[in-house]
Unconditional design. Structure first.
Length: 86
């Protein structure tokens, strides 16, 4: 799929939905959670989870192109070797 989200984005979205479902369950059992907190929690937790999840290697690879490879090879702080001269 061309437009399938990266692992970071997908994990943040799933965490937000799970938080929302938990809040619905709390509401069903008459556990009072303020409305402002109900609105903010899925966003906050989803953002924290998406920040904490590392980028998947396949997400990096699918964006690679010659310009990025050259940029990485030219940067001495990036541990890649230069391509052999043709």
């Amino acid at each position: 799929m061309k437009y399938f989200p990266d692992r970071k984005v997908l994990s943040g979205g799933i965490a937000g939905v799970i938080t929302w479902v938990i809040l619905l369950a709390l509401n069903y059992f008459n556990i009072d959670v303020p409305g402002d907190l109900q609105a903010a929690l899925p966003l906050i937790i989803g953002t924290i989870i998406s920040y904490a999840v590392p980028v998947a290697d396949q997400d990096i690879v699918k964006r690679l192109n010659d310009d990025l490879v050259k940029m990485a090879a030219d940067d001495p702080s990036v541990p890649v070797s230069k391509a052999p001269a043709s």
